[in-house]
Design a binder for this molecule. Structure first.
Ligand code: GDP
Ligand code: IMO
Ligand code: MG
Length: 434
């Protein structure tokens, strides 16, 4: 089963993946890097994950990092250290593809310096997480990435690192007027990290194929969201990988025929971190307004960067595109409880653009920025839905809202999340069919 974000990220993918691991043998990450931030809450205890798959909190569940993920070994050390200090066994259950491109300190320097340059030139920042993700994917596509497998060969590592750093330092010095990244200390640090990483390196495609043959259930965990996809998102205000369900196969090393069910995670409203168009956006800083309610009640602040998340109404015209691109089998609507107490709930169901009415999000970010949202209104509810675990215990107005989302976005609702904790979950049709 593939689990993907249907909006601009932070839909609650981590919570849902963790919940589903009750029925799964393994969790596979297939794209992104530690730009992701997935928060899991188990019996009130919070765990924030970035690179490590959201199966790690369930003992015995195997965790795989597929070839489509860019890995910062220094960050990996930190994240493993944090989890192991909390008593979670990671290293014996984590398998990392040998083909993963590495995120180097120079990628971080390039990411940060480029954002500063965009700002000073008046082009406007992308609003990246500053983790070096974009520059690392650029090197992958340019066929000069230092890959995880190079950590096993110190001589080859030195040659590839020197070549890559030469280019990075030229860009940093001559184009971006930023500090260079020294070869010697970077190489020494990578050799040190090789000791941690190389025992976990594996042929991930083959391992997960064997799981499939044994009849084991696997979860492919997406990071970011469909509207941040490099091809299908609001380019250039996107991340640098394909976040759509179709990439679960290429990013993990198995064929698409092994993927059966696609679960789209959809927040009951919309949020976005970083720059870029957002037709149903509301101001978040005026107390007493809906935007302020969503921001404060939803605690909408980035896990990785701590930036406030922009908030707005649910956009079913954008969801429609996400459900088509992902061939979503079912949706999990998250954070329904955040809407408790709102007198009226709105949904953006289409846009006016150049005098025409359209019912699906356009492809061009400039067009999206000019879209005038068209809203449908529904009555809200006063009763609390927080922690509700049964569909028939939801207020009728909340059930009507969920039914309307399914109708407008073209995909049935399989699950509803009513709180951050693992147990705050309603199942209508279990995605594993159990
Ligand atoms: P992800 O990146 O898609 O995994 O999502 P994040 O973890 O970045 O953001 C989702 C946030 O909402 C986290 O803090 C979760 O603990 C929290 N969350 C998830 N589901 C629910 C829910 O149904 N209700 C509430 N109130 N919070 C939720
Ligand atoms: P999860 O997995 C929300 C956004 C950044 C920025 C753009 C590009 O937690 O949903 P990048 O550093 O990737 O080059 O930044 O993408 N972004 C996310 N927004 N959730 C995420 O991950 C994100 N990962 C990247 O804010 O707008
Ligand atoms: Mg997140």
């Amino acid at each position: 089963m593939v689990v993907v974000g249907n909006q601009w990220g932070d839909e609650g993918k981590g919570k849902v993946v963790d919940w589903l691991t009750d029925q799964a043998h393994g969790v596979v990450r297939f794209q992104g890097g530690h730009n992701a931030g997935h928060t899991l809450v188990i019996n009130g205890q919070k765990t924030a994950l970035q690179l490590i798959p959201s199966g790690v909190m369930r003992p015995g569940v195997a965790c795989y990092i597929g070839n489509g993920v860019v890995v910062d070994p220094s960050h990996l050390q930190l994240e493993i250290g944090r989890l192991e200090a909390a008593g979670v066994d990671v290293c014996s259950r984590l398998h990392i593809s040998e083909s993963c491109p590495l995120v180097l300190p120079s990628h971080v320097a390039l990411d940060v310096a480029r954002e500063a340059r965009r700002e000073s030139c008046g082009v406007g920042k992308i609003g990246t997480t500053g983790k070096g993700i974009g520059p690392a994917y650029e090197d992958k596509v340019a066929r000069r990435a230092v890959r995880a497998q190079d950590l096993k060969h110190p001589q080859r590592l030195a040659e590839k690192l020197r070549e890559t750093l030469d280019l990075h330092n030229f860009m940093l010095r001559a184009y971006l007027h930023a500090d260079e990244v020294p070869f010697a200390s970077t190489y020494a640090r990578l050799l040190e990290l090789a000791g941690l990483v190389t025992p976990m390196l594996a042929d991930v495609g083959d391992l997960i194929y064997k799981c499939h043959v044994r009849g084991e259930r696997l979860l492919f965990e997406g990071a970011q969201g469909t509207l941040l996809d490099i091809d299908h998102g609001t380019y250039p205000f996107v991340t640098s990988s394909n976040c759509v369900a179709g990439n679960a196969a290429a990013g993990s090393g198995i064929g698409p025929g092994y993927l059966d069910y696609v679960l789209g995670i959809t927040k009951a409203y919309t949020t976005r971190v970083g720059s870029g168009p957002f037709p149903s956006e509301l101001p978040i800083d005026v107390p007493g307004t809906v935007g302020h309610h969503l921001h404060t009640v939803g605690q909408e602040r980035g896990t990785v960067t701590g930036r406030p998340r922009r908030c707005g109404w649910l956009d079913t015209a954008a969801l429609k595109r996400a459900n088509i691109i992902n061939s979503t089998s079912g949706q999990c609507i998250t954070k329904l409880d955040v809407l408790d107490g709102l007198a009226e709930i709105r949904m953006c169901v289409g846009y006016r653009l150049d005098g025409k009415v359209i019912d699906i999000l356009p492809l061009d970010a400039d067009d999206i920025a000019r879209c005038e949202p068209m809203y449908e209104s529904m009555p809200g509810w006063t009763q609390s839905t927080a922690g509700v675990t049964r569909w028939d215990a939801l207020p009728q107005a909340a059930r009507n809202y969920l039914d309307r989302i399914a109708e407008l976005s073209g995909t049935p609702i399989a699950m509803v999340s009513t709180g951050p904790d693992r147990e705050h979950t309603i199942v209508l049709q279990h995605p594993f069919g159990v």
